[in-house]
Ligand binder design. Structure first.
Ligand SMILES: [Fe+2]
Length: 378
């Protein structure tokens, strides 16, 4: 006599996260790796859940915290209404159209979007996107905390069929919440014992990030960039834009996972990412590029082009950025691997442009880069 112990098969692998399992079941193209060079040319596939062609970016640096996905609204069409329990930040990569947003049982709110618009869809609000052009598709990039949220609540129903909604988010005041003017708020924040002056713009809708000119010079002597902090009312997601002046770059720094960085301006450049002591990965950089620095990897943004380089950044929850745990670290230019400067200068030379980095910054720890162009432009 032999006994054959019953074998139970489960699709619920202990190793896969609930988000990973959900993603496999979506049967939509998924992009992994470190970066996407151009969202406008990646392969899309029919996505049943959304009723349109789409693709998901589950890059190494997203690390089960955040995700990004691309939807295509075909010419002249409207994609089906959709709602999700985690809010979404939406950036328009290509095209123009109309968004209709509403809470169940409440009036619809419409607004127009165009290439380079940025807006937020609150949790469980229905929304529908329509392409206003009949001759070309529109592409929208959506960023959310879905992987992290599914990690503590794996029920799909909770995320895609959830009637809880807070009507005050969009119906709390007079007028169209997507057409009110952005207002600025100044704040001093403590980042691991270091005080930082910040400047945030508050609104539900930013019509065109490529022409947004309310920028603030920010950071230490190693962060020669302009910033535009963006705060969506009631949102858990911090967002911001960084504008790198031409022919310069930022020093290497590191932090937690899940910062989705999207190219806004047509300029060209590259990002370098590497774990401490490890191999460097070069991510080519232009409009509609995306890269996500992996957890604790050093990375730097280089702009060897003759025009500004604008990058939208959508951050993970603050607790994961590592601001308070000593993870945050910057490598000053005088300590960086000379390879970085060589790559930067070679890229400049190809375009016949000079570097606008002062040579002293590579040698003198006490050098103060006083640059009138980088003073506050409020
Ligand atoms: Fe960063």
């Amino acid at each position: 006599m032999t006994t054959a112990p019953a074998e139970r098969k489960s699709t619920n692998s202990w190793w896969q996260s609930p988000y990973d399992r959900w993603l496999v079941a979506q049967d939509v193209p998924v992009f992994t790796g470190y970066y996407v060079e151009d969202l406008r040319t990646i392969e899309l596939g029919w996505w049943d859940l959304r009723g349109c062609p789409g693709a998901v970016l589950n890059l190494v640096g997203h690390q089960g915290v955040t995700e990004a996905h691309l939807l295509q609204v075909p010419p002249g069409e409207t994609i089906p209404p959709f709602r999700m329990a985690t809010e979404e930040i939406v950036y328009v990569v290509e095209g123009q159209g109309i968004a209709t947003v509403w809470a169940e049982g409440h009036p619809q709110i419409n607004f127009e979007w165009q290439k380079h618009s940025l807006f937020r869809i609150p949790s469980n609000y229905y929304y529908q996107l329509s392409n206003a052009r009949g001759d070309q598709p529109a592409l929208t990039l959506h960023v959310s905390y879905l992987p992290l949220a599914m990690g503590i609540q794996p029920r799909e129903e909770f995320f895609f069929n959830n009637s809880f909604v807070d009507p005050t988010e969009l119906y709390g005041s007079e007028g169209n919440p997507f057409s009110s003017e952005a207002y600025a708020v100044r704040e001093t924040v403590d980042r691991g014992g270091e005080k930082h002056e910040t400047h945030q713009w508050h609104a539900n809708f930013f019509p065109d990030l490529n022409v947004w000119d309310k920028l603030t010079a920010y950071g230490s002597k190693n962060r020669r960039a302009f910033g535009a902090g963006i705060t969506f009312p009631n949102s858990a997601i911090r967002t911001g834009m960084m504008v790198l002046p031409p022919q310069r770059y930022r020093a290497a720094h590191r932090h937690g996972p899940g910062v989705t960085i999207v190219g806004v301006a047509p300029g060209s450049g590259f990002a370098v990412m590497y774990p401490e002591g490890g191999e460097k990965i070069v991510c080519p950089w232009t409009e509609a590029s995306v890269f996500v620095p992996p957890n604790n990897w050093f990375h730097q943004h280089l702009n060897p082009g003759g025009t500004q380089n604008r990058q939208l950044r959508v951050f993970p929850p603050k607790a994961l950025m590592g601001y308070d745990g000593g993870l945050n670290k910057e490598i000053p230019f005088y300590e960086e691997d000379p390879w970085v400067r060589e790559q930067f200068e070679a890229a400049l030379a190809e375009q016949g442009l000079p570097s606008l980095m002062p040579p002293q910054i590579y040698e003198d720890p006490d050098y103060v880069w006083d640059d009138p162009e980088m003073r506050d432009k409020d």
